[in-house]
Design a binder for this molecule. Structure first.
Ligand code: ASP
Ligand code: MG
Length: 452
C-alpha cells in the first residue's frame, strides 16, 4: 500500500511572502538588478514576474502579422524583439559562462517564436506566443540569480496555474499542483514564477487576461496561504485621486479589501481588480509597494479600514447610461428582473443602478450591444440613452449610521450636473454618474473638499 501520494512540503509557506513585479519593474537590465537587490535578503519567498514592459504588446503585434499571413512582417518584429533581449542579456550578466547560457536560452525561445510563422495561425497559437513574454523574463531573471549565487528555482506556472471551463481559476488544482512544484524544488530561497500565463480546461496554454500578473500573484498567495502578497510597481501605492487630473494627490496608507476593490475596478490603474478577491477570501494582506522607493509605506490592503474616513476618489470612463421609464413599473413586480434579463442576454454587465417608482437607470461600460439592448428595452417603456459619461467613485468607510458623509460628497459636487447617484450597495462607496466633460472639475472639487 502506498502511503504518500507526493512528498508533503516542508516549506512553511504561511511565513512566506509572494512578491509580484510588473513589466516596468523588470523593464531593463538595470531594473532587474534593482529587483534582485530588493529580494535577496535571505527570506524564503515566491516572486511573480510580468513580461518586460512592451513585450506583451510586441507579441500581440507579432500575432497580428501572423494572423494576416504577413510572415515577413511577423519575422521582422520577432527579430527586433530578439535584439532587445540580446542587449538586455549583455548588460545584465557579467561572467562569460552565464552570458552564453542566457544567449542560448533566448535563442531557443526566439527560434520557437519563429516556428509559428510556418504553421496555421489560430487563437491557440496566439496564446502560446503571448505566454513567451513571462517565460522570457523569468528565465533570464532566474539565471541572473544563479549568477549572483542565490539559491533559487523556477516554478513553471503552466504546471499549476489553471482556469476552468468558465475561465475561472481552478483554485484546488492550483493549490495542489503548486504545493507539488514547491516540494520538488525544496531547499531554495527564492522561487520565481510567471504571472499572467496558465492552462485552460483543455490543457492548452492560456492567460488570465491583460494585466493578469497581479491576479496570478493573488491566486498564488491564496494557494500557499502566504503571509502577505506584495505588488511592486513604480508608484508609491494607491493614490487618493487620479494624478493625471489632480495635482498633489497622496498615497492612501490603509485600505479595506472592499475599498481597494472599488478603486481598482473604478479606475486606479495600479492594481488589477481581480487581484483583490482571492486575497480577501483567504484574509491575506496585500501591500502595494514602489521599486523606486522601497522603504516608502505604500498601501496596505486588508480587513482594516480607517473608521469613518473617506479615503479616495477614482473615475471610470466610457460609460453609457440607459433610462427605462414606464407607468407599468408602478406597483408591478418582476419589472427589474425583465430589464436585467435583457442585459444578461447580451452579456453586458451593469455597473450602476438607480431606481424610482416609475423607472430605472443603469450604466454600462461595454456598449457593443447597445442598439439591440435599447430595442429590446423599448417594449417596457420610454428608453433614453446618454453616452460619454463617467462614473466618479468615492471610497471610504461610510456605514449609514455615520451621518453627514454623503452631504460632504454631494456638496463638493454642487456645481456639477449629476445624472445618477448610488449609495447603499456597500458601506464603502458612493458613485456618481456625470458627463465626461465634467470629470476633471469633479475630481478636483472632490479632492479639495475631502482631502485638503
Ligand atoms: N504581461 C501581461 C500584460 O502585459 C500581464 C501583466 O503584465 O500583468 O498584460
Ligand atoms: Mg499591471
Amino acid at each position: 500500500m502506498s502511503l504518500v501520494l507526493f512528498c508533503p512540503i516542508t516549506i512553511n509557506t504561511k511565513e512566506m511572502k509572494v512578491l509580484k513585479f510588473g513589466g516596468t519593474s523588470v523593464g531593463s537590465a538595470a531594473r532587474m538588478k534593482d529587483v534582485a537587490k530588493l529580494i535577496c535578503d535571505g527570506e524564503q519567498k515566491i516572486v511573480v514576474l510580468s513580461a518586460m514592459s512592451g513585450t506583451t504588446n510586441s507579441l500581440i503585434e507579432i500575432s497580428d502579422y501572423l494572423y494576416k499571413s504577413n510572415i515577413s512582417g511577423g519575422l521582422e518584429k520577432i527579430n527586433a524583439l530578439e535584439e532587445k533581449y540580446v542587449d538586455v542579456i549583455d548588460e545584465l550578466f557579467t561572467t562569460p559562462e552565464f552570458k552564453s547560457e542566457a544567449h542560448f536560452l533566448i535563442k531557443t525561445l526566439f527560434e520557437y517564436l519563429r516556428s509559428f510563422s510556418k504553421s496555421v495561425f489560430t487563437l491557440f497559437e496566439e496564446k502560446a506566443i503571448l505566454a513567451q513574454g513571462e517565460l522570457l523574463s523569468t528565465t533570464i531573471f532566474q539565471l541572473y540569480l544563479n549568477e549572483l549565487g542565490e539559491k533559487s528555482a523556477l516554478l513553471p506556472a503552466l504546471e499549476f496555474m489553471r482556469i476552468d471551463k468558465n475561465a475561472e481559476p481552478d483554485t484546488n488544482f492550483i493549490a495542489e499542483n503548486l504545493a507539488k512544484q514547491l516540494s520538488e524544488q525544496q531547499g531554495n530561497t527564492i522561487y520565481i514564477t510567471q504571472g499572467f500565463i496558465c492552462r485552460n480546461i483543455y490543457g492548452e496554454i492560456d492567460n488570465l487576461q491583460r494585466g493578469g500578473s497581479d491576479y496570478s500573484a493573488s491566486l498564488i498567495g491564496a494557494a500557499v496561504k502566504a503571509q502577505e502578497i506584495q505588488i511592486w510597481t513604480d508608484i508609491d501605492g494607491m493614490h487618493n485621486n487620479d494624478p493625471r487630473f489632480v495635482e498633489g494627490t497622496q498615497p492612501v496608507p490603509v485600505l479595506h479589501f472592499e475599498e481597494a476593490a472599488e478603486l481598482a475596478y473604478f479606475g486606479a490603474k495600479i492594481l488589477h481588480p481581480t487581484c483583490i478577491l482571492p486575497a480577501k477570501l483567504n484574509n491575506i494582506p496585500v501591500r502595494l509597494l514602489n521599486t523606486m522607493d522601497p522603504t516608502a509605506h505604500g498601501t496596505l490592503i486588508s480587513t482594516q479600514s480607517k473608521k469613518g474616513k473617506i479615503e479616495a476618489v477614482a473615475a471610470k470612463d466610457g460609460i453609457t447610461a440607459i433610462k427605462i421609464k414606464s407607468g407599468r413599473m408602478l406597483l408591478a413586480h418582476g419589472f427589474l428582473r425583465k430589464v436585467f434579463e435583457i442585459f444578461e442576454s447580451y452579456q453586458t454587465p451593469i455597473d450602476m443602478v438607480t431606481t424610482s417608482e416609475v423607472g430605472v437607470s443603469v450604466s454600462i461600460d461595454n456598449s457593443k450591444r447597445l442598439e439591440e439592448i435599447v430595442n429590446d428595452l423599448k417594449k417596457f417603456g420610454t428608453v433614453t440613452v446618454d453616452k460619454e459619461m463617467v462614473i466618479i467613485c468615492v471610497v471610504g468607510d461610510m456605514p449609514f449610521e455615520n451621518v453627514g458623509f454623503q452631504a460632504k460628497v454631494v456638496s463638493a459636487l454642487s456645481e456639477i450636473p449629476v445624472r445618477m447617484i448610488s449609495y447603499g450597495g456597500s458601506n464603502y462607496n458612493i458613485s456618481f454618474l456625470i458627463k465626461s466633460e465634467d470629470k476633471k472639475r469633479a475630481l478636483n472639487a472632490l479632492s479639495a473638499a475631502l482631502f485638503n
